[in-house]
Design a protein around this ligand. Structure first.
Ligand code: DUC
Ligand code: ZN
Ligand code: ZN
Length: 467
């Protein structure tokens, strides 16, 4: 009998804290030993010359989420998690969107039904709260938190989703009581409505005006307000998808005051600008997401936020719509105004290579910071640590092996998601994950899927480490 199911040999291992050389012995899906001369194994993986990292955790992805009449998301759980594991991820956290008038638990069950047996990566759900009824606040949320759905997302903008300050306070009160973690989409709804009406009235309806309709002031104001409401409620808060310096500075100020305010940023805010929305005809629709990409100073600010710890998590905000599709970006209504272009861009497969290349290989962050903001901090923030997010004895063997030197031009074909484009087409990328292992099983190797779909499993989460 072998000592281990698998040994990963000769790699350079990095965690959020350290970098060292040793072998990894894996048994029953977990890391059983770290050391040298570990013995024999059923399979030995030679990682010589490669970097061995905790598998990425993408704590902000949208999969099979209803997105408005006539609009269909480009990914189901199979295609989204396929792209995720090929891009070095081992866990993703999509959202379960509350449907008005439907008991939230029923909707949660429906998302499980969509995911069960379909996933290559492990999965757990955040809850999006669209209607904070007495029933939801008093019964449904507390019981769902008990059952491991330990984070809620709330929106300050969007028709049908935006909560008033009063409603936000009520949700935060439940979070305080249950010790769930609140995530917030911070943009000022009325500012956006006002500017959108003005732009439409003057015929400025092309995709590029999406960015004009959602200025940094709208994000900065809402960020400040969200932080104030969290301070009043005495709850930690994650401000998701932060796009610019002013919002980042609000978060930094709160952190300096000692508040438990966390920030997330995403690849689009490091690599795209509002100029990308200016493509001819409807091409700009490919980059319509909210908040919109900004300018080069905002990109620099987001890098600083990642370097200095203002942002603790780097997620994709994968929210995929096909471009050349009447159920996607080219919905007939979207041609009449940016208001109707589905909001969101794909990124679950590109997130890690982009940060590895632009961050680690270009010297903006070191490999330990990379691991922290792509894996470890996600696990800590959302109640998965230490099972996930690190390489340590006892942790799940969720591992990505990277070739740090391979240079490629990114094309959509490399991502294997359900969309028909990537907003990052043509980027030069140095470094790529060559093998991804989920709980000890190789799910992707050299750009190909090796495990059957359904290997990915649902994760019941603990409370956040920060509540
Ligand atoms: N917010 C998200 O978190 N994702 C996509 C669209 C949006 O507004
Ligand atoms: Zn959002
Ligand atoms: Zn999102």
């Amino acid at each position: 009998m072998s000592d281990f199911d698998t040994i990963i040999q000769g790699g350079r291992i990095s965690t959020a804290a350290d970098t060292f050389h040793c072998d990894i012995g894996i048994r029953n899906g977990r890391i059983a030993a770290l050391g040298e001369n570990l013995g024999n194994a059923d399979e030995t993986i030679d990682a010589g010359g490669y970097w061995v990292l905790p598998g990425g955790i993408d704590s902000h992805v949208h999969i099979s989420q209803p997105s408005g009449e006539g609009i269909v998301m480009a990914d189901d759980f199979e295609s989204a998690t396929r792209s995720a594991v090929l891009g070095g991820n081992t866990t993703v956290l999509p959202f379960c969107l509350q449907e008005k008038g439907v008991p939230l638990r029923e909707t949660v069950k429906a998302y499980h039904a969509k995911a069960d047996g379909q996933c290559y990566a492990d999965v757990s759900f955040h809850l999006i709260i669209s209607e904070p009824t007495e029933q939801l606040l008093g019964q449904d949320l507390p019981s769902l938190v008990q059952d491991g759905y330990t984070s809620f997302k709330i929106f300050m903008t969007y028709e049908g989703l935006a909560l008033s300050d009063l409603e936000i306070l009520k949700v935060m009160a439940v979070a305080r009581e249950t010790r769930a973690l609140v995530m917030i989409h911070a943009e000022n709804y009325d500012v956006i409505r006002y500017l959108t009406d003005q732009l439409e009235q003057t015929g400025r309806t092309a995709p590029r005006f999406h960015a004009t309709s959602r200025p940094m002031i709208a994000e900065r104001e809402a960020t400040y307000r969200a932080i104030s409401l969290a301070e009043l409620s005495d709850v930690p808060l994650v401000v998701v998808h932060v796009s610019n310096r002013e919002a980042m500075e609000e978060i930094r100020r709160a952190q300096h005051k000692g508040l438990k305010i966390f920030g997330e940023t995403c690849p689009q805010y490091l690599t795209l600008t509002e100029n990308d929305l200016e493509g001819l005809n409807m091409e700009g629709a490919k980059y319509v997401c909210s908040p919109p990409p900004r300018d080069t100073d905002s990109q620099e600010a987001c890098w600083q936020g990642l370097q200095q710890g203002v942002f603790s998590v780097f997620s994709s905000d994968h929210c995929p719509f096909r471009y050349d599709d009447p159920q996607g970006k080219l919905t007939p209504r979207g041609r009449t105004s940016f208001r109707w272009v589905p909001n969101g861009i794909p990124g679950v497969g590109a997130r890690l290579p982009i940060l590895f290349s632009e961050g680690v290989r270009k010297g903006r962050i070191d490999i330990n910071r990379f691991v922290a903001v792509t894996a470890t901090n996600h696990a800590r923030t959302y109640g998965l640590y230490p099972r996930k997010g690190t390489i340590a004895v006892g942790a799940d063997a969720d591992i990505a092996i990277w070739n740090p030197d391979i240079e490629q031009v990114l094309t959509h074909a490399m991502l294997n998601d359900g969309a028909d484009y990537t907003p990052y087409e043509g980027m030069r990328i140095k470094g790529w994950p060559v093998l991804t292992m989920v709980r000890g099983k190789v799910v992707a190797r050299d750009g190909k899927i090796e495990a059957p779909k359904g290997h990915g499993t649902y994760l019941k989460r603990d409370l956040s480490a920060y509540v």
